[in-house]
Design a protein around this ligand. Structure first.
Ligand SMILES: [Mg+2]
Length: 155
């Protein structure tokens, strides 16, 4: 099991986290796809029952972001501008949550993780669902590979 489903939610909960801020593209759905992997859809559906509030935080600016989030039953902050902290903080306010109780979860070091840290959240880097990326993301991926060399994101 890799990606978001590999996250130890009990361990996160034990640190006081009760709000999950999730990236969309390549974290819960393949890049620019409206399809959500059934296993991830099922995992998402368990989160409220496990005591977590959820909000998607996406840099995606396309209209379908709202539909995708609504289909999964959670709010979304689109055009979030990660790694700037403003979109992530907006999601925190939406959930009525404090930074220390939030985990920003995503597949990119230079957007999700850097942004989450700037916003004061706990951060969790996950393996991307696909290796299809926008051109500027491909540049950042090369930098990520140098920084993450030999490390497992979920470890
Ligand atoms: Mg992503």
């Amino acid at each position: 099991m890799t990606g978001v489903r590999a996250i130890d939610l009990d361990a996160l909960k034990a640190t006081g986290v009760d709000s999950l801020l999730l990236d969309l593209d390549n974290t819960v759905s393949p890049h620019h796809s409206t399809t959500v992997v059934p296993e991830i859809r099922d995992w998402l559906a368990t989160l409220p029952g496990r005591g977590f509030s959820v909000c998607f935080v996406s840099n995606n600016w396309h209209d379908d972001v709202h539909e995708r989030a609504a289909a999964l039953g959670f709010p979304v902050v689109p055009k979030a501008g990660k790694p700037l902290p403003f979109g992530i903080r907006k999601a925190m306010r939406l959930l009525g949550s404090e930074p220390g109780a939030c985990a920003m979860i995503g597949d990119q070091l230079f957007t999700d993780i850097l942004g989450g840290n700037c916003a004061g959240a706990v951060t969790v880097l996950v393996e991307p669902l696909t290796h299809v990326d926008l051109p500027h993301t491909r540049v950042l991926r090369r930098l990520e590979q140098r920084i993450m060399a030999g490390r497992n994101p979920e470890a």
